[in-house]
Design a protein around this ligand. Structure first.
Ligand code: PHE
Length: 502
């Protein structure tokens, strides 16, 4: 005698009612059982050879948020044509839009489709005119309302016209097409025999209540057995974004190493972003192509006069630093211009202008902006890791050791240093790390000791070790990504898939 649980019995009986063949959605409708309960029952029934399960991959379509919005209120062009006809078939565009209560962002799209569908003409870019009576519902609209009712549908459930309209709505980014596994259950011979014989459905208790225990009834009822091998329900608790997790990890590493965090504003004056770092005012990095300048407000305040003057003189002739400077006339206006900071070194130098006494160990892990084309390896906003150490007698060796320790905490054990150039450090170097996963060396950032031309105007009398580099590269390594845009795209499936701990 096969022993079955309540839900398995119900599934079998439903299957019998449906002539021995049905998919999970149909069983769900007829039996009223939950999806997960049917899936679990199916597994057992198949194991006991009472049913056979056929799996088939089917394409299914589902409206996204914007699609649902249009399904509710009508496609934007439909709303315009409705309004236009109500206004007598001819009216200024503005008026039609207003009457249709159409959101600004849909206007261009709606006008485009009015034209494409031949519903109306736009004359002199201002007047909308339509000749015809109300155009009938198109296949795209049929599909929209069909999906509004059903939530999602497989291709097979759609009429030929609606199937054709899928690509139109997909192109308009109103729906998603996904592969869905459809499971069909077929009652086997043994299954038929069993249901024909009939069985009494014994209600199972899945919750042991205090009443059952106190009254002693628990002895009589049939308790549902736990299936400890059953797959759990998928569960997506709130969690910290993967990029934010890497940022936190970088912060924790710095804190472990005895650094203190500093933060500054995203918008800085060119003074702190460039001038204080001895970058000449005609330096190519300052060009619009590389740097975002603010249009409004355009300028910000400079620090106290003595600091500004010292910076000006250092640029012009080297001031007391022994350097010759850059030999040009320094402009305070240029220094006042507001920029989206291009590096967090703007914050470390600003910090140093106010804290001159060693020992100092501060860091920042924060956002910076550069006017870059967005590609798989670049974004216009990203994060930098930045740190400085100020102490008597520190040298480049200390800097190299600090960086080695830092990267090794990220699992990057082999670090090499190459000489390179920055206007504000001397000597300057670049850190390259070996990534075993990729089997190659990659560049992770710049470093060096601040030059006298940077230190003297700020009144700093001790050596300063400084370094900074991109965080996203490390994040991509940690998260196994080959496209940086994934970090900013908010793709839910990826965010959900990415584990909280590696
Ligand atoms: N600011 C440099 C960059 O953005 C990195 C750097 C920081 C270099 C500190 C030297 C010292 O690439």
């Amino acid at each position: 005698m096969v022993e079955l649980r309540e839900n398995e019995q119900k599934t079998l009986l439903t299957l019998q009612k449906l002539n021995g063949k049905a998919n999970v959605a149909q069983i769900l409708q007829v039996s009223g059982l939950a999806h997960a309960a049917i899936m679990r029952a199916t597994l057992t029934l198949a194991e006991k050879k009472l049913v056979t399960v056929h799996e088939e991959k089917q394409k299914a379509v589902e409206l996204n948020d914007e699609g649902k919005q249009h399904a509710q209120r009508g496609l934007p062009e439909r709303r315009l044509i409705n309004a236009l006809i109500e206004l007598g078939g001819e009216a200024p565009t503005e008026k039609v839009v207003e009457k249709a209560q159409l959101d600004r962002k849909f206007v261009t799209i709606a006008l485009g489709w009015l034209h494409r569908k031949g519903w109306a003409t736009l004359e002199q870019k201002r007047t909308l005119r339509t000749k015809q009576p109300m155009p009938p519902q198109g296949a795209d609209e049929q599909l929209l309302s069909f999906l509004k009712e059903k939530g999602s549908a497989t291709f097979e459930e759609l009429s030929k016209e609606m199937q054709d309209a899928v690509s139109i709505l997909k192109g308009r980014q109103l729906l998603e097409v996904e592969e869905k596994t459809v499971r069909e259950l077929v009652l086997d011979k043994a299954g038929w025999q069993l249901v024909k014989k009939g069985f009494e459905i014994v209600q199972e208790i899945s919750q042991l209540t205090p009443e059952l225990i106190v009254s002693g009834k628990w002895r009589e009822v049939k308790l549902r057995k736990f299936d400890v091998s059953a797959a759990g329900r998928e569960f997506y608790p709130a969690k910290i974004h993967p990029l934010q997790q890497v940022i936190q990890k970088a912060r924790e590493i710095f804190l472990e190493m005895g650094f203190t965090e500093i933060r500054g504003p995203f918008v800085e004056t060119a003074f702190w972003n460039f001038d204080a770092l001895f970058q000449p005012q005609d330096h190519p990095a300052r060009e619009m192509m590389d740097t975002f300048y603010l249009a409004n407000p355009k300028t910000g305040g400079l620090p106290k006069k003595s600091v500004v003057e010292a910076v000006a003189k250092t640029h012009e002739n080297g001031w007391t630093t022994g350097s010759k400077g850059w030999g040009y006339k320094w402009s305070p206006e240029e220094a006042q211009r507001l920029v989206m900071r291009t590096h967090t070194t703007a914050e470390t130098i600003k910090y140093l202008s106010m804290h001159k006494k060693p020992p100092i160990k501060v860091f920042s892990v924060d956002r910076v902006y550069r006017n870059e084309q967005v590609t798989y390896k670049n974004t216009a906003e990203f994060h930098q890791i930045e740190g400085i150490v100020v102490d008597e007698g520190v040298t480049l060796r200390d800097l190299m050791g600090t960086l080695k320790a830092f990267y090794s905490k990220f699992g990057l054990k082999r670090v090499k240093f190459w000489p390179c150039y920055f206007p504000y450090t001397e000597p300057s170097a670049q850190a390259t790390v070996y990534v075993p996963k990729l089997k190659r060396w990659i560049e992770l950032g710049g470093m060096g000791m601040f030059r006298p031309e940077v230190l003297a105007p700020m009144g700093i009398k001790y050596p300063v070790l400084a370094w900074g580099g991109g965080l996203e590269r490390i994040a991509m390594l940690e998260l196994n990504l080959d496209d940086i845009r994934m970090l900013y795209g908010n793709r839910l499936s990826w965010i959900r898939r990415t584990p909280l701990c590696q």
